[in-house]
Design a protein around this ligand. Structure first.
Ligand SMILES: [Zn+2]
Length: 92
């Protein structure tokens, strides 16, 4: 599990959520926050966010991802999570 300050992550998440009117991205952001707080298998290596998904897949997300949603041009929570971590780190 990532060692995150919950207040700062909440602030970053709300900012990201309010910046988009795309419902799929909003759902991705909501899911990303839940996973960031609960999924023990997430690690940012300074370049990308490595995620062991609950489905058993391993993703390396930054601007791109390897999941089905990304392949279909859809928002995914992996990229949302990677972006949240970047913004979280910038906010320090
Ligand atoms: Zn993805």
């Amino acid at each position: 599990m990532m060692d995150l300050d919950q207040d700062r992550m909440q602030m970053v998440t709300e900012e990201a959520f309010n910046k988009t009117s795309n419902l799929r991205w909003q759902m991705a952001i909501t899911k990303a926050k839940v996973e960031l707080e609960a999924n023990p298998y997430m690690h940012h290596d300074g370049h990308a966010l490595l995620i062991l998904s609950p489905s058993g897949e391993i993703y390396s997300a930054n601007g791109a991802c390897q999941c089905r949603a990304f392949n279909h041009g859809q928002p995914c929570w992996h990229r949302a999570a990677a972006r949240l971590v970047e913004r979280y780190n910038e906010a320090q």
